[in-house]
Design a protein around this ligand. Sequence first.
Ligand code: FAD
Length: 401
Amino acid sequence: MQAHETHAGSGEPLIDVQTGEDYPDVREAVRRVCADFPQEYWREKDAAQAYPTEFIDALTRAGFLAALIPEQYGGTGLPLRAAAVILEEVCAAGCHAAAGHAQMYTMGTLLRHGSDAQKEKYLPQIAAGKLRLQAFGVTEPTTGSDTTQLKTRAIKTASGYKLKGQKIFTSRAQHSDLMLVLARTTAPEEVKSRSHGISTFLIDIRESLGKGLEIRPLEMMVNHHTTEVFFDDLDIAADSLIGEEGKVFRYILDGMNAERVLTAAEAIGSTRWFTRTSVAYAKDRRVFDRPIGQNQSIQFPIAQAHIQMEAADMMVRRAAAMFHAGVPCGAEANMARYLAAEALWNAAEACMQTHGGMGYAREFDVERHWREARLARIAPVSTNLILAYVGQHVLGLPRSY
Ligand SMILES: Cc1cc2nc3c(=O)[nH]c(=O)nc-3n(C[C@H](O)[C@H](O)[C@H](O)COP(=O)(O)OP(=O)(O)OC[C@H]3O[C@@H](n4cnc5c(N)ncnc54)[C@H](O)[C@@H]3O)c2cc1C
């Protein structure tokens, strides 16, 4: 998956995209780990709104969550596509990748833009499973999708910064040791452009709790361990800053592309779970003296979602290959994410309809996966914002917001 040559005359890099079941050994290894975590395990975690610690520990022990960390820091140094394959297989097995996925893409900001000292300090410990970096505080109650208007402030002090403000929907903050936080280092009225003045900080949750950091769980429709985070004059050291002040968008843009690719791969895996579950039930369930899967109203939506999933998969592979080759891939990563979110929701709907009343029975697991599937259209980025991106940046239409 590398750009070796260029297209004759155009100067554009040639990028190979593999079809079929790539990384078969990785896939097989993930399936083996997931086999120990059947649907009953996830049903119980969901009912108790509990964190799947055993599952995350198993993924960590197998080295999967350190797939993107270079070997020099104790990881396996695999390309983004391999990480996408890991998350896809986790979801295809019916397990919950979101409980640990942020470690992969949040860590990328530290890896690509952290200082050598920051990388030495954290990456080996993250790779060894001694530290969790699974929380990423971006969203705020009053600014929502408009990240350029973040209000959380980081005010310079003699020894570092004071953080003041609030985040909402920060997932896994109570199950993570570290958190990446976006905060404003320049007041909005002083910035040169909308995308300036916000900085990235890596904070130690363990050291900060009770000293200006408060985390409150939120009751949500899905078991995502989502919280509100309050910074009340939290003192953080100067070396919590990642990269230079004010350049957050330069630092997180490639991370966002990685996030889009990885979460799209998860959606593809979940689509595979729904489709497999739908097909099995549609073949087995007999009504009016024939399998319900013989009815086109049952069969066609399942087939449609499968076709959409295959298209999304090709776009994920393309975006991942471009990311790996260091070629700008914002459009491809966004389109992959959009296609995968739509395929997933259509597959979820088809599965719910296929199961009839049993779709609502907890023991069939369809309703839980269906609740979780809906999130792909909203977080980490809403499909509306992807359409706005494609309209403006790919098609050259006027900015809509
Ligand atoms: C379970 C869960 C987990 C989450 N985890 C995290 C996390 O770990 N860290 C984090 O920082 N955030 C997290 N989020 C927040 C998530 O990223 C946001 O909910 C999402 O980005 C949308 O922002 P919002 O909720 O503020 O919606 P809003 O920005 O208020 O938008 C509401 C609706 O209006 C639409 N809209 C707004 N502006 C436009 C426009 N210009 N054009 C078209 N449509 C528009 C949006 O697309 C959306 O459909 C999580 C959310 C959920 C539900």
